[in-house]
Ligand binder design. Structure first.
Ligand code: HAM
Length: 425
């Protein structure tokens, strides 16, 4: 019997993992610069949490959750997104203090039972942030600027930021009715799901992926024409702050995101390098969510980046192998023991070191050294042992020097020196 990974999941192998590490390290560094602190919440939560936050009539909750009873018959769900768990934790752990702004970020796996395709998986990873405690439009702009800065620092030029407002519970009913009135006469042309949405929550029609529904949507009224004064002002100020921060963006009046909790600002970053699943990041403001989940009234703003998609875009620019600083070539049994000891000492001194005990002759080992991208080879043979000196050979140009056997600090210095020369420093 042959086992394969479950549908919609995949193994991330060495070679690709280095790109993940780079992306995650960049996120940790940048978010810290902006005052964010990391939070790690459980991967499963009580099922009711998601109906209450993501929204009972969203596609995620109706069709996409991995829900199961545990052995005590409690209904649990693998988190389909990070926001509900972070809000729950912030309330439960007392992180929301009046007058304070709390900035949190998270990186980890999410689960949605969706139809797998390029860039869409059933287990995927998100890099997300949530800011609690400020309704100021400058927060929206600052956080969007941070997303753009992350993409820029990873060398991504193809990302487009799109911004919209979905209003607040005061101004949304009028829009909902206008949308229903405009679409009702064409309900025969809509898919079965959208006909149901028209009844329950017409805004959810914007989530539909059926092309015909998309065409009909293009002719529907847009929410921007229905915003109240305050929501309109908020959007204007967000855009002014974005301009002050020199963040290029487009207003996209049809950007209504597939989660229920948004109020006012919503945004997405898309990349044309990704094909159909082109959303790299989505987020927005959720000023009523914390209170609706039993917490103190606390405005919120956040986003999540699809890390799998981000890695795909970064990988296009070329993989980044982690080259070894030194490859140790050993010739003979006594030399192998010396080589093992050399590897231990050099690793302790922070040098990435490889050796292959099975490889015997010089030629094979030098070939392996290049295959591993090693900058230099430390050669230990019978001759070197007798002489009390190893040979250190630079792979780029074949330059070879003697280094004193057993003097690890001196060898480390020589390796660093030779490596720098090789880089032209
Ligand atoms: P979302 O738009 O559902 O928002 O997901 C954010 C990002 O996760 C998407 O833009 C996409 O890159 C990635 N993503 C979603 N589903 C998949 C999938 N099946 N496979 C691969 N990547 C996927 C949220 O999740 C909100 N919690 C964002 C947020 C945080 N809003 C406020 N705070």
């Amino acid at each position: 019997m042959k086992f394969t990974a479950a549908k919609g999941t995949r193994d991330i192998l060495p070679g690709e993992v280095e790109i993940w590490q780079r992306v995650e390290a960049c996120a940790h560094r940048l978010f810290t610069l902006y005052g964010f602190r990391e939070i790690r919440t459980p991967i499963f939560e009580p099922t009711e949490l998601f109906g209450k936050s993501t929204g009972a009539d969203t596609d995620i909750v109706i069709k996409e959750m991995y829900t199961f009873p545990d052995r005590s018959d409690r209904s649990l769900t693998l988190r389909p997104e990070g926001t509900p768990g972070v809000v729950r934790a912030a309330i439960e752990e007392g992180l929301l203090r009046r007058g304070d702004v709390e900035r949190l970020y998270y990186i980890g796996p999410m689960f949605r039972y969706e139809r797998p395709q390029k860039g869409r998986y059933r287990q995927f990873s998100q890099i997300g942030v949530e800011v609690f405690g400020s309704a100021h439009p400058a927060i929206d702009a600052e956080v969007m600027e941070m997303v753009v800065a992350l993409f820029t620092s990873l060398g991504i030029e193809s990302a487009r930021l799109m911004v919209n407002s979905v209003g607040h519970p005061g101004c949304r009913p009028a829009y909902r009715e206008a949308l229903r009135a405009a679409l009702l006469p064409r309900s025969d042309e809509l898919c079965a799901d959208c006909r149901r949405r028209l009844d329950v929550n017409p805004l959810r029609i914007f989530d539909c992926k059926v092309p015909e529904c998309g065409r009909i949507r293009q002719e529907a009224p847009v929410i921007l024409d229905y915003l109240c004064q305050e929501c309109g002002d908020h959007l204007r100020q967000v855009r002014e702050c974005l301009e002050a921060l020199e963040v290029p963006h487009d207003l996209n009046p049809r950007l209504v995101r597939g989660l229920d909790y948004y109020t006012r600002t919503t945004f997405e970053v898309a990349s044309d390098r990704l094909g159909a699943q082109n959303a790299l990041c989505g987020g927005g403001r959720y000023d009523d969510l914390v209170a609706s989940m039993g917490g103190p009234p606390t405005p919120g703003f956040g986003f999540a980046i699809g890390a799998d998609r981000l890695v795909m875009v970064v990988a296009e620019k070329g993989a980044c192998p982690v080259p070894a600083d030194v490859y140790i070539v050993h010739l003979g049994d006594a030399a192998l023991k010396e080589a093992l000891s050399a590897a231990r000492h050099l690793r302790r001194r922070g040098l990435t070191t490889r050796l292959d005990p099975d490889a015997r002759d010089m030629k094979k080992q030098m070939a392996k050294a290049s295959a591993w991208g090693a900058r230099q080879a430390l050669i230990i043979g019978e001759q070197e042992l007798t002489r009390g000196a190893y040979a250190l050979k630079r792979l780029a140009d074949g330059r070879q020097v003697d280094v004193p056997a057993g003097n690890w600090d001196e060898i480390k210095r020589e390796v660093a020196h030779g490596g720098q020369d090789a880089l032209g420093a």
